[in-house]
Design a protein around this ligand. Sequence first.
Ligand code: FAD
Length: 264
Amino acid sequence: RGGAQALADALRAYLEYLGGTVVTGVTVTDARDLPPARVTLVDSSPTVLLRILGDRAPARYRDTLEGYRYGTGIQKFDYALSGPMPWQDPRVARAATVHIGGYAPDIAAAEAAAQTRLHPRPYVLAAQHTLFDPSRAPAGRHTFWAYAHVPNGSDHDAQAQIEGQIDRFAPGWRDLILARTRTTATQLQAFSPVFHGGDVNGGRGDLPGLLARPVLTPTPYRTPVKGVYLCSSATPPGGGIHGMAGHHAALAALQDEFRLKVDG
Ligand SMILES: Cc1cc2nc3c(=O)[nH]c(=O)nc-3n(C[C@H](O)[C@H](O)[C@H](O)COP(=O)(O)OP(=O)(O)OC[C@H]3O[C@@H](n4cnc5c(N)ncnc54)[C@H](O)[C@@H]3O)c2cc1C
């Protein structure tokens, strides 16, 4: 209830209970933006990490991170609707998250194409929160969002393709649209530098991208600079709201900097 904001609020409340402080509205562009600390965990892209490390990053580490391969970006639409989505198959209304792609080969083709161009029938991920949490819209109104993968950094308008794909499974749904907001891959990066080129997964999900994330080592959370760790979705196990990248980075920091061995 309350959406993803409820998670952030809960985490913040717990940190403050432990005596921590959250500072927002500041973009960290180099190490001077940070207060002195024994340990710094960077929850951002390898590109941002390099800026923070500056000339403290050895040439080999810098070269590897400069060559880090990001994945496809996304283009996202947020909608206010005057009613619930008119899915042709009513069972779809029982799912909070809907993956719209047709058959498996259609999804594979659309995802492969998204590396370099917009596919006419993209694989669309959608969410319909208000069916499960009416507090998120005025009575009787609904929220809905949908996104599709687009080439990294692409600003090309994908509205026709994304909405056209949804039309196939919920004909007439556009008549319910009261308002829409489009967020392109570059706008997403401007919103948060962690989304490099609009990539919400912190790097490619292919085998090399999973193994060398962002470098091929058993503990890629460590950086060559003492006390600085990377803990974002650009480290194993990759993107997602599991929090495991931060967990593993924290274990490494506790072990290295505080000589505490904690079972992970
Ligand atoms: C539209 C969308 C849908 C998604 N759907 C799902 C889903 O269904 N399931 C799922 O598991 N995952 C999903 N994800 C991915 C998931 O949200 C991320 O992988 C996850 O939030 C990563 O957590 P994180 O803590 O590493 O980074 P974030 O949650 O992005 O937190 C990083 C924080 O650091 C801040 N930051 C970064 N760089 C700087 C800087 N230089 N200066 C100051 N602040 C900075 C950012 O602003 C942000 O607040 C989705 C993402 C998006 C955008």
